[in-house]
Write a protein that binds this ligand. Structure first.
Ligand code: PLP
Length: 382
């Protein structure tokens, strides 16, 4: 793009003309929020907020430096140990965001000789991370298709290994815009043959999925050996901000030494680490949150079916309804807003063209009656 005011205005005009201009609306706005990732209702929990406030008084508002300079506090350290314990891994490393965790993992562990095999609907941060590696074999398989992933491995891994490279299969655990689960057991089996690595970004699974909230790996009964690199975020079920990578000690140590998005950035505020520790304790203790959430998911799906509303196949709190064109999704979102519900329209490039949607998300903070009222509003709006 040329650096002229006209070129900038033309680029914006193009976005506007395709109904793809995104607008930030202030939150909260008094509407019932059915599009946040606060799946367990912890973002506004008094105990989490107090833990944050207390730690801010003790440690200050910010870390003041990167982890390797002087920003690493006892709160970060304790959170890392608790996360390692929670995920059943030797060690965990706290990153400032999930986006940075994904960039850090791939750029530290993979290089240009390696084969990267990734789901086509992976989160943008995983896609960008794979690009950073600049591998000549950066391949995508059709969404959720483990057999296709396997054929890519069968076709390209032997040559890559012969030339001294490694192999990585990279996937979201729960897909952020579709709500479905990756076929992790089949992917783990496929990669095992090539002694490669399965990297799972379980941003939307951690805290929510699995009997005790340990995520997609727990749901499928996968061991740390099968999923050696696990990424999770705090901005969703934990209700705070930040992220972590869990794995064996040496993997984590290599990230500390090499992950540029860990090394060259200010550490997460210690108060956020303290709040996340409180969330983690609640996630483990208050099983009613997952139980209530799961019953709302079932209620919502049964109610949608009864009303003839077509939802995507999903057993997670992410319950998308594809409407097609961007303007249809925008119009439905506006009608829901008028009825008192916040459900943002999700449009390309976040989702593929022709699949603009309402991405409805459920939370343990919702009541049955709110879900019932949302169903009626959806029926009227779509
Ligand atoms: C699957 C997935 N991974 C990573 C991220 C990024 O995490 P963060 O918001 O902490 O940067 C998100 C969303 O934000 C996500 O949906």
């Amino acid at each position: 793009m040329r650096c002229t005011p006209e070129a900038i205005a033309a680029a914006l005009g193009d976005i506007e003309s395709r109904n793809l201009r995104r607008r930030r609306e202030l939150a909260p706005d008094g509407r019932v929020n059915f599009c946040s990732n606060d799946y367990l209702g912890l973002a506004n929990d008094e105990r989490v907020a107090s833990a944050m406030a207390d730690a801010a008084r003790q440690f200050g508002a910010g870390a003041g430096a990167s982890h390797l300079v002087s920003g690493h506090t006892a709160e970060h350290d304790a959170l890392e140990r608790e996360l390692a314990d929670f995920t059943g891994r030797e060690r965990a490393l706290v990153f400032s965001t999930g986006y940075m965790a994904n960039l850090g993992v791939l750029s530290a562990l993979a290089d240009r000789r390696d084969l990267l095999v990734a789901d086509e609907l992976n989160h943008a941060s995983l896609i960008d991370a794979a690009r950073l590696v600049r591998s000549t074999s950066n391949l995508r398989y059709p969404h959720g298709d483990a057999a296709a992933a396997r054929s890519l491995l069968d076709r390209y891994a032997p040559g890559v290994i012969e030339a001294g490279g490694g192999t990585f299969v990279i996937t979201d655990g729960v897909f952020s815009m579709d709500g479905d689960l990756a076929p992790l057991p089949a992917l783990a089996t496929a990669i095992r043959e090539y002694q490669g690595w399965l990297v799972v970004d379980d941003a939307h699974g951690i805290g929510v999925i699995g009997r005790t909230g340990r995520g997609s790996c727990e749901l499928f009964g996968l061991s740390p050996r099968e999923v050696p690199v696990l990424v999770g975020t705090f901005g969703k079920a934990f209700g705070t901000f930040g992220a972590f990578v869990a794995g064996d000690s040496n993997v984590i140590e290599l990230l500390v030494q090499r992950a540029r998005s860990y090394i060259y950035t200010t550490a997460l505020p210690p108060a956020v680490a303290a709040a996340t520790r409180m969330s983690l304790a609640i996630v483990q203790k208050e099983t009613w949150r997952r139980e209530h959430l799961n019953s709302l998911i079932m209620r919502f799906r049964a109610g949608a079916k009864a009303r003839g509303l077509r939802l995507m196949e999903s057993a997670t709190p992410i319950q998308p309804m594809i409407l097609g064109q961007a303007e249809e999704a925008l119009a439905a979102s506006a009608k829901l807003a008028a009825a008192g519900f916040r459900v943002t329209a999700i449009r390309p490039p976040t989702v593929p063209h022709g699949t603009a949607r309402l991405r409805i998300t459920l939370s343990a903070s919702h009541s049955e009656s709110e879900v019932d009222r949302l169903l009626s509003a959806l029926e009227a709006a779509t």
